[in-house]
Write a protein that binds this ligand. Structure first.
Ligand code: FES
Length: 148
């Protein structure tokens, strides 16, 4: 073995040692990422952002549910509800496992899939709803609601 081959072997050893440490560091990062993913059931959950404002005509018969407190409609993946605090709009996509089942029930938002509960500000009220709900802005002009 020549001197040159010996120094190559040493540098290869050092290289592999460094790679091993980097590999361990990468593995630690990977595992940490995995454990975070495991804690989150919603990796595939992305509430549909509003790409453009939605308008709701309160005089339309299709929106008649909004005439009374406790009534709601679902339009364009948005739940529009007439609540004790006025009109509130939230995503229909539950933050628990992404089912499009959010509805208004007993003065709060609820997903019947596993029972997630959210208050009217979108704050989670139980473990299933702990990631909250996206709430949109509602403005009223006469008989027209604009959700953005
Ligand atoms: S998907 Fe809504 S509670 Fe689980």
């Amino acid at each position: 073995m020549s001197q040159n081959q010996n120094s190559d072997a040493l540098s290869r050893h050092q290289f592999l040692r460094q790679l091993g440490m980097q590999g361990a560091a990468l593995l630690a990062v990977y595992c940490a990422g995995q454990s975070l993913t495991a804690c989150s059931k919603s990796s595939d959950v992305t509430p549909d952002p509003l790409t453009s404002a939605i308008t709701v005509d309160l005089t339309s018969s299709t929106n008649s549910a909004l005439k009374t407190v406790g009534g709601y409609i679902v339009t364009n993946n948005v739940v529009v509800a007439n609540t004790s605090k006025g009109y509130v709009a939230v995503t229909v996509v539950c933050s628990h496992e992404g089912k499009k089942k959010v509805q208004l029930r007993n003065g709060e938002f609820y997903c019947p899939e596993h029972g997630a509960r959210y208050d009217l500000t979108g704050k989670g009220l139980n473990s299933e709803g702990s990631r909250g709900l996206t709430v949109y802005t509602v403005t009223q002009s006469g008989n027209v609601l604009t959700i953005s």
